[in-house]
Design a binder for this molecule. Structure first.
Ligand SMILES: [Zn+2]
Length: 359
């Protein structure tokens, strides 16, 4: 079985939707931001990018707090809000030389653009019976599933599901099968990431960096913050293929050190002092930059860790700045309507509402 016909897979808990270390209380709702202080800074629709508008509004709010007599109007964002869904579906599943099928961009994507969205044919829980669910589908749906690959030598429904399912969410063992999204191949330097929306009951793939037309679109099947040898072993065991992405082909020892440091630092931040946590978060973001990893949700989590560290110190300006940065990354990685985006925007507008404020 060639790697080319192996598609989407599960991602370990902690890789998808990485949120804050705890669930801080939110004292201020985002809608209050505009109602109380900045009626002219109206929120765009949920389908638009919220971050530029609200980040600017949050900074403007802070300026107003320091000068209550100020009557100057809030700054408007320089860039117009962009419809994150405008390029939905602009990809094509094609045969790729030496790789079998894969998804290729039909246009240029910017970070945060929605590339694909699909309601699953199957939602698999720990207690459910995949075989029964499969049999309950229409003949056409069953055939779509059977057209997918199985990395095992003998093709079975269970093998197809194991090869092609996405994990449903952070910490969840539930999985979903989306036959079209399953065509997106793995890369250890992916240019997209996938996210489950439980309200809409759809899996989405968003561009996590700039992608040009004709470029293959890729996601991560595993936590890529491992050494090349570890990644190769895990991908081989779980999906039966040898990754040939640029990172795996380079055999760069420095890359291995960076990726292992990312995982270690991410695990250490939660128990570090405020000063140390801020230093670690900054170092983690530099490592992502140096390694060329654009995993926006992971960047969002690092920024939110830095935000919490600054809140502990009672530094309103830095807390708000890091919160804005977290909101921007989370919006790009998870979509502008995601809960973590809204939470970060609240901190950006009202740093004192952070649960760790001066604690
Ligand atoms: Zn690779």
């Amino acid at each position: 079985m060639s790697a080319a016909v192996l598609f989407a897979g599960q991602t370990p808990a902690g890789c998808l939707w990485p949120g804050p270390r705890s669930a801080p209380a939110i004292n201020v709702h985002a809608s209050m931001i505009r109602l109380r202080r900045c009626p002219q800074a109206a929120l765009p629709s949920p389908d638009m990018f919220l971050v530029p508008t609200l980040a600017v509004a949050a900074l403007a709010l802070m300026q107003l707090r320091s000068d209550e007599s100020a009557a100057k109007p809030l700054q408007q964002p320089r860039a117009p809000a962009r419809d994150w869904r405008a390029k939905l579906g602009q990809f094509q599943v094609v045969a790729l030389p030496g790789k079998g099928l894969g998804a290729v961009a039909l246009c240029r994507f910017e970070p945060g653009d929605l590339v694909a969205e699909e309601a699953p044919l199957l939602q698999l829980t720990q207690s459910g019976s995949p075989a029964e669910q499969f049999q309950s589908l229409s003949a056409e749906a069953r055939q779509r599933i059977l057209n997918l690959s199985d990395f095992a030598a003998e093709k079975t429904v269970q093998g197809i599901l194991d090869t092609n399912c996405f994990q449903k969410g952070l910490g969840s063992e539930d999985r979903v099968l989306c036959p079209t999204l399953a065509r997106f191949n793995h890369s250890c330097v992916p240019n997209c990431q996938h996210v489950w929306d439980s309200d809409a009951a759809v899996m989405r793939i968003l561009a996590s960096t700039e992608v040009v037309a004709g470029e293959e679109l890729s996601v991560d099947y595993i936590d890529v913050r491992q050494s090349r040898e570890q990644r190769q072993a895990l991908l081989s065991r779980k999906y039966g293929f040898k990754c040939t992405c640029a990172s795996c082909q380079s055999a760069d020892e420095e890359s291995d050190r960076r990726r292992l440091s990312m995982a270690r630092i991410d695990a250490e931040i939660g128990s570090a002092s405020a000063e140390e946590a801020l230093r670690l978060a900054q170092r983690l973001l530099r490592l992502y930059d140096d390694e060329g990893l654009h995993l926006q949700a992971l960047r969002g989590r690092a920024a939110l860790d830095a935000c919490a560290a600054c809140a502990k110190r009672g530094d309103a300006q830095e807390t708000a700045a890091w919160a804005s940065r977290a909101a921007e990354s989370y919006s790009r990685g998870l979509g502008p309507g995601h809960e973590l985006v809204r939470r970060a925007l609240v901190y950006a507008a009202s740093p004192e509402s952070h649960r760790s404020w001066r604690r």
